[in-house]
Design a protein around this ligand. Structure first.
Ligand code: 13P
Ligand code: SF4
Length: 349
């Protein structure tokens, strides 16, 4: 395993411009891999634990979650599943905010993560103190934050949303003539504004993975594949979103890959999503949207460096040691619970 230092493609408010991440996962022989998988499945049962994984984690983790009665999904459905499942231990394979969301909603459960180092550039780029000061400048605004934030930022918010319901929640607030403050993803914020017509105050954060998709190179790729459908996650730049056939959460993009008539898709999101897309639409072709071209840094190259930190080795280790538990200060948790459970109530109605 090695440490890799990445620089963010865009300067992010309030954080250092580099982060050290552990990238390369251990390489196993086929037999070692089989043994690890079998041991993890055994330990999950023994610990009365359930594995909840994001679509951006590696194929083995997604496969184990599905084989053992766990769940693979987007950030909203991961939260909902963890909330309704009876297991006493939730193992969350993804990034830190996903584990914290699980703990905010389920204080009585033990929430463990394969690594506590896996963060998110949106979370890093929205420090709670600066964010609170920003909110103070707009006291008459409803504060709506993306789930990709810390528990402290969620505690300061009126609403927490994920990409799958952000547009619906903002439309709902507009019906009540509310003014809206949005954080932290500026591309998703601009997309919500465009779709809903809302006038929003927007924090200028970005996802280092989606920020790198290049519109001009995408245009050239589209000329080579004029029959391809274009699927784009709304954390991508506006010029990439503008050429999409479907813009949506990871779940929405997988659904589109299955249901649209196209035989081929160009996909602007983390490429580990291809595992599920190929399962759902085995006869279709999936092409990664370009991250190369003018101004390219390729610090992430269509795979989140923090999602990549989740592997068989640390999943097994956490099941053995019980380390890497998520704790959230109770006062913060209660405040964050208000804005986060609101999202689940909104979806339920
Ligand atoms: P989804 O909620 O669409 O899965 O997105 C989470 C995320 O981190 C995307 O980069
Ligand atoms: Fe955060 Fe982007 Fe990674 Fe999603 S892909 S967890 S938004 S850095």
């Amino acid at each position: 395993m090695s440490d890799t230092s990445i620089e963010f493609a865009v300067p992010l408010k309030g954080i250092p411009e580099t982060a050290v991440i552990q990238s390369n996962l251990p390489v196993y022989t086929p037999q070692q891999r089989e043994e690890k998988i079998a041991n993890i499945k055994r330990l999950l049962k023994q610990e009365n634990a359930v594995l909840v994984a994001h679509y951006y984690t590696n194929e083995d983790l997604q496969m184990i979650a599905e084989d053992t009665g766990g769940y693979v999904s987007d950030s909203l459905e991961m939260a909902r599943f963890g909330n309704r499942h009876p297991a006493t231990t939730l193992i969350v394979a993804g990034v830190r905010f996903m584990g914290e969301t699980a703990k905010i909603l389920n204080p009585e459960k033990r929430v463990l993560m394969p690594t506590l180092e896996a963060t998110c550039s949106l979370d890093l780029g929205c420090p709670a103190k600066e964010f609170s000061e920003f909110c103070d400048r707009y006291p008459d605004h409803e504060v709506v934050v993306y789930a990709n934030t810390s528990a402290e930022v969620k505690a300061r918010a009126d609403w927490v949303v994920t990409s799958s319901i952000a547009v619906k929640v903002v439309s709902h607030l507009m019906d009540q003539d509310k003014k809206i403050l949005w954080a932290p993803d500026r591309h998703l914020g601009r997309y919500i504004e465009k779709v809903t017509g809302a006038d929003m105050v927007i924090w200028q954060g970005a996802c280092i993975v989606h920020e790198e998709f290049k519109a001009r190179a995408l245009g050239e790729l589209m000329e080579q594949h004029p029959d391809a459908g274009i699927l784009v996650h709304p954390e991508s730049p506006a010029a990439v979103i503008d050429v999409a056939d479907v813009v949506g959460s990871t779940t929405a993009l997988i659904k589109a890959a299955k249901e649209l008539p196209h035989k081929k898709f160009i996909v602007a999101t983390d490429n580990r999503i291809f595992y599920k897309m190929k399962q759902e639409a085995p006869n279709k072709i999936f092409i990664e949207a370009p991250t190369a071209g003018e101004g390219a840094t390729c610090k992430s190259c269509a795979h989140c460096p923090w999602m990549a930190m989740n592997g068989l080795h640390n999943l097994e280790a956490v099941l053995v040691s019980g380390e890497n538990e998520i704790f959230v200060d109770e006062d913060i948790r209660q405040k964050a619970y208000r804005s986060t459970s609101r999202m689940l109530d909104f979806v339920a109605h």
